[in-house]
Design a protein around this ligand. Structure first.
Ligand SMILES: NC(=O)C1=CN([C@@H]2O[C@H](COP(=O)(O)OP(=O)(O)OC[C@H]3O[C@@H](n4cnc5c(N)ncnc54)[C@H](O)[C@@H]3O)[C@@H](O)[C@H]2O)C=CC1
Ligand SMILES: CC(=O)[C@H](N)C(=O)O
Length: 336
């Protein structure tokens, strides 16, 4: 039994009643979000308490940082074995095909995002795990209010990614009400990071621009200059995830919350980046991702998360540019 324990007044960690930290499995952990989350959780609960998993061959650094195992989420027995062997308490389910890549291989997206999720839900029910599944701004569609998009509203997405994420939200909430599963879900906006690359989404341009500016490359944007989308720096994203993971159940009036930090258009981020790199050359050549972006929220209303469990972001657009360029400069210096 993992019991709540107040730490520093406002935040709650949560340890077993015998004082042991929770043991946490992260699926799809070698994508954009997984290694950062493993780092954050290992800092709180210890290196051995967090098991990173994926189907990708890990680097030496990943293996040295803590436990890493192969886990294909389509293989129920393999997942079962890991949960039992490592005595897992909490599961963070990151494996997915993102919006743009999902449209390129719909059958695979159905397998990974929907069949894989079924395995995760059953496993979590069977072993009484707390389970976090991220959703996305992509879980909304053209008939949703787009500015702002509230927590509870019409959800008729037009990508297989969005359809699979609405399915995940609904199935998780169903398992919560029907079986008492401790399901927790946040809908993230586009996440921006410096040390991990995005995995094939519609918001990836907002990462690429920083790399191109730093490298002195010409930046070609696949969205129109005025396409507004919600965004978040990775540190805010991972902190919101942890805060949701440890939120006392009585604070959660729902099991699925919108979270965000800012909203900007390509021309707005270009203007901000040009304060650091005035010579950056930019052209716009919209492709199929424009069609996806045109159906997504422009401004995300996360007031429910702010009200219920105290969500507050740290980074706005100007902070984002400062930290991204600081990080990239440090990486460049380290590589020399
Ligand atoms: N990065 C973002 O901007 C956002 C991400 N999210 C969600 O957060 C989660 C993590 O996102 P990212 O790290 O950006 O994704 P990513 O695309 O970078 O990583 C996904 C990982 O899933 C793994 N995977 C694919 N098939 C698998 C299988 N059969 N078994 C096990 N693993 C498999 C891949 O190898 C990859 O490492 C996803 O569920 C995504 O939908 C939600 C909103 C925004
Ligand atoms: C917002 C997301 O879910 C992701 N970055 C994507 O663009 O597919």
């Amino acid at each position: 039994m993992v019991a709540p324990l107040a730490v520093g007044g406002q935040h709650i960690r949560q340890y077993h009643q015998n004082g042991d930290p929770p043991r946490i499995l992260i699926t799809g952990g070698l994508g954009q979000l997984g290694t950062g989350l493993a780092h954050l959780l290992r800092g709180k609960y210890g290196k051995e308490s967090v098991i990173l998993s994926d189907i990708v061959k890990p680097s030496k650094e990943i293996v040295q940082a803590g436990p890493y195992v192969f886990a294909d989420i389509l293989d129920f027995k393999c997942l079962q074995e890991i949960v039992v062997t490592y005595r897992i308490d909490w599961l963070v389910h990151f494996s997915a095909l993102l919006s743009a890549i999902g449209e390129q291989n719909v059958p695979l997206a159905i397998r990974v995002n929907i069949e894989g999720l079924h395995n995760i839900m059953e496993l979590s029910k069977q072993y009484n795990l707390r389970v976090f599944v991220p959703s996305t701004i992509g879980a909304f569609g053209p008939t949703s209010p787009r500015n702002p998009t509230p927590n509870l509203t019409i959800q008729r997405p037009q990508t297989i990614y969005g359809v699979s994420k609405v399915h995940a939200e609904l199935l998780g909430e169903y398992y919560h009400h029907r079986f008492g599963l401790d399901f927790r879900c946040l809908r993230f906006p586009g996440v921006i990071s410096s040390d991990t690359q995005p995995g094939g989404g519609t918001t990836d341009y907002a990462v690429q621009i920083f790399h191109d500016a730093m490298a002195g490359n010409h930046f070609e944007c696949y969205l129109r200059p005025n396409t507004r989308l919600p965004m978040m720096y990775i540190e805010d994203c991972l902190r919101s995830l942890w805060e949701m993971l440890v939120a006392p159940p009585e604070k959660l009036r729902t099991r699925t919350y919108n979270v965000t930090a800012m909203s900007f258009t390509p021309e707005e981020v270009v203007a901000e980046v040009k304060k650091h790199f005035p010579e950056l050359k930019v052209t716009y050549r919209p492709d199929s991702r424009q069609k996806i972006a045109d159906t997504w929220p422009e401004v995300f209303d996360d007031s429910e998360a702010r009200k219920d469990w105290g969500w507050a972001h740290d980074y706005d657009l100007s902070d984002l540019c400062n930290i991204m360029f600081d990080n990239l400069k440090n990486q460049q210096a380290g590589n020399r």
